[in-house]
Design a protein. Structure first.
Length: 361
């Protein structure tokens, strides 16, 4: 169970001061990331082109002040990718905060609990054996949501059964590990049955995680899901604080624990599915960022941790993707590899030094 910060009010004030700073850091990070690539573009030019398009209707571009080739690189190639990286980091980080509170486990996140793998299995099924229910991105997103929801339900039911009707950190972790393995096996089995080399390659790339497929037309669904998620999660911040006190205390304070947990799991599944349907599996973001946000804000108040985690996660993935694009020249490193290299050691640190693998300190 989480320790509830007794100095929550002081921590909130400290954290509120960080929000405008993090907003500025995110804006600067996005401009810097857009400027970096095979064609380096000065940050001043990036800022000028973006300002011209957003506030002046492209008048400077029409007058020939900016190079059309640089405009195409900035506006149609790099900007959608950087925006999607920010959305993905914010969404996965928020879901990590929520899941850690819902299951009373500080090492829970969509990847460790198998929800990302379930969404990926659903998306793989849509890619390899499409059904005539939806079309394009919406079919993949619907299948990813079904897989994410199935994984969440399986983990929750298995953890309660293993814990004698109660959610225990170890049982939740083991249930997530089991579901993760099963969903990965389902994806591998679908690849085995597939006959199209292009579809098989697409699913393999999916499993490694990347936001290279981000385009303007793929941004709308994830943007809506993450925005709605941020609003609803933050509005329910006080209820997440109740959940961190334990089911019995939360119920005693008037919260319908089972209904709230179910609704929030559904919302987490929607957010994760909307992202995974484009990116594939990007692990450990929802584990690392919430803990970093708590250390930075010096509070465990979910009403503040949620927006701070969203901003921190957005900054984190913007730079992680910039590294993925540029670390090996023309060859792009899958983003999921970078987040795994960072997240796995952090996971072990929490397990060993914080005692999160068993009874909480």
């Amino acid at each position: 169970m989480f320790p509830v910060n007794l100095s929550m009010k002081r921590g909130r004030i400290h954290g509120l001061l960080l929000l405008p700073l993090f907003l500025l850091l995110l804006a600067g990070s996005m401009i810097a990331a857009i400027s970096i690539g095979s064609t380096d573009i000065p940050m001043s030019e990036v800022f000028g082109i973006l300002s011209d398009q957003l506030f002046f209707g492209g008048r400077s571009l029409a007058s020939g002040q900016w190079q059309m080739s640089h405009f195409q690189i900035i506006w149609n190639i790099r900007l959608p990718r950087v925006l999607f990286g920010a959305l993905c980091g914010a969404g996965l980080s928020m879901c990590g905060v929520c899941m850690q509170a819902l299951v009373l486990n500080p090492i829970a996140d969509p990847y460790i609990l198998g929800i990302s793998s379930g969404a990926s299995a659903g998306a793989a099924a849509a890619l390899l054996a499409p059904l005539p229910l939806f079309s394009g991105q919406y079919q993949t997103a619907a299948a990813a949501f079904a897989g994410a929801l199935l994984s969440a339900c399986l983990v929750y039911v298995m953890a309660r059964a293993a814990g004698g009707g109660r959610i225990q950190p170890v049982s939740m972790l083991l249930s997530g590990t089991a579901v993760n393995a099963v969903m990965s096996a389902v994806t591998s089995f679908l690849i085995f049955l597939a006959k199209s080399p292009e579809s098989i390659a697409a699913v393999y790339n999916w499993q490694m995680g990347s936001i290279a497929a981000a385009q303007w037309r793929t941004l709308s669904l994830p943007a809506c899901a993450v925005t709605v998620g941020l609003i609803l999660f933050t509005a329910c911040g006080s209820r997440f604080n109740m959940m961190m006190m334990g089911d019995e205390d939360a119920a005693a304070m008037g919260l319908s624990v089972r209904r709230f947990r179910t609704l929030m799991f559904l919302l987490c599944s929607v957010v994760v599915a909307s992202l995974v349907s484009v990116t594939g599996i990007i692990g450990f973001v929802g584990l690392v960022v919430p803990h970093v946000s708590r250390m930075l804000t010096k509070t465990s108040d979910s009403r503040l941790i949620l927006p701070v985690s969203a901003l921190t996660g957005a900054i984190y993935l913007v730079w992680a993707d910039a590294l993925a694009r540029n670390a090996f020249g023309a060859a792009e490193l899958p983003l999921g590899i970078i987040t795994a290299f960072i997240g796995a050691p952090f996971f072990l640190y929490l397990m060993i030094h914080k005692g999160y693998g068993g009874k909480q300190k």
